[in-house]
Design a protein around this ligand. Structure first.
Ligand code: AMP
Length: 297
């Protein structure tokens, strides 16, 4: 694995079909799943580590966002990444005047409403990374379902030639979706956080038993989170996967998206519904057999 800092170095070193995995670092098995999928499908795998200041709001955790480049490079190398792209801010944003992409309405809902400016920052960096690297395929986690919807929209709206590949959510053995921000969760907070996936899995069980009413499914998640101590539900919303339109009745593809706050930490999670051979099927993600690297020490 080679570590590079410029788009030119990435393009020079890449050969054949190129798979790209953008991240903000502090890697875990969720990121690794994206990298492994890219390795399976592409000749050259590029992963980037760039903590994108533009997608953090004023009160958010930009300064304290976890960073560990040594560990990241070990994990990326073990996953089979060929090029680890670690650009500095000027490489990604050479110009202070960035032409902002005008976002669709759905980017203003749910996470967009809670985190003003967040999706503008995401769309800007994703467009700059995709145009700078020009990969054949780019891999994004279903964990960030609204981000995935926005990236799919962006690729269509800006006529980018990259195919977007979604990858299922990786979870701790108790169900908690892996996230670099889980590093902030200790003791009781860590226990409280598991209520999110518990609620989602109960709602998924209800769907498998025939429940299709949107408010009922949202209510199942809300009730589980309300029952748990130390966690405050932000929203539970059944929405379409592509435009995050609210759904009164489940149809596929859809996402049951939730967000909650545990102390200062904002957590999101979801289960996804898609149309399988026997009707609507649920993607709950993949539960790890052993605790992830995030749970070490
Ligand atoms: P981040 O470093 O948090 O910006 O995430 C980089 C990429 O990894 C995004 O496409 C995320 O959706 C994806 N990702 C983050 N957490 C998970 C997870 N638990 N399972 C699968 N993908 C994930």
């Amino acid at each position: 694995m080679k570590m590079v800092g410029t788009f030119a170095e990435v393009r020079d070193a890449a050969y054949g079909s190129v798979g790209f995995v953008p991240t903000m670092g502090y890697l875990h098995e969720g990121h690794v799943a994206l990298m492994l999928e890219a390795c399976r499908e592409c000749d050259t795998v590029v992963a980037s580590i760039f903590v994108n200041a533009l997608q953090f709001g004023p009160g958010e955790d930009l300064a304290t966002y976890p960073r560990d480049l040594d560990r990241d490079s070990q994990l990326a190398k073990r996953a089979g990444v060929d090029l680890l792209f670690v650009p500095d801010r000027d490489e990604v944003y050479p110009d202070d005047e960035i032409a902002a992409v005008e976002l669709p309405d759905f980017a203003g809902r749910l996470e967009g409403e809670r985190r003003p400016g967040h999706f503008q920052g995401v769309a800007t960096v994703v467009e700059l990374l995709l145009t700078g690297i020009d990969p054949d395929r780019a891999y994004f986690g279903l964990k960030d379902a609204q981000q995935l919807a926005l990236v799919n929209w962006l690729v269509g709206a800006r006529r980018l030639s990259t195919t977007i590949v979604p990858v299922s959510t990786r979870r701790e053995p108790d169900g908690l979706a892996l996230s670099s921000r889980n590093r902030y969760l200790k003791g009781e907070s860590r226990v409280a956080a598991s209520a999110l996936s518990r609620g989602l899995f109960q709602a998924a069980d209800a769907v498998e038993a025939g429940e299709a009413d949107g408010p009922t499914l949202e209510g199942i998640v809300s009730a589980v989170v309300a029952d748990a101590a130390g966690i405050e539900l932000d929203y539970a919303a059944l929405v379409t996967s592509d435009r995050f339109e609210p759904l009164e009745k489940l149809e596929a593809p859809a996402v049951l998206a939730v967000a909650a706050n545990v102390s200062e930490t904002h957590l999101i999670d979801n289960v996804a519904f898609f149309r399988g051979e026997d009707g609507i099927e649920v993607d709950r993600g993949v539960v790890l057999e052993r605790p992830s690297v995030l749970e070490e020490n």
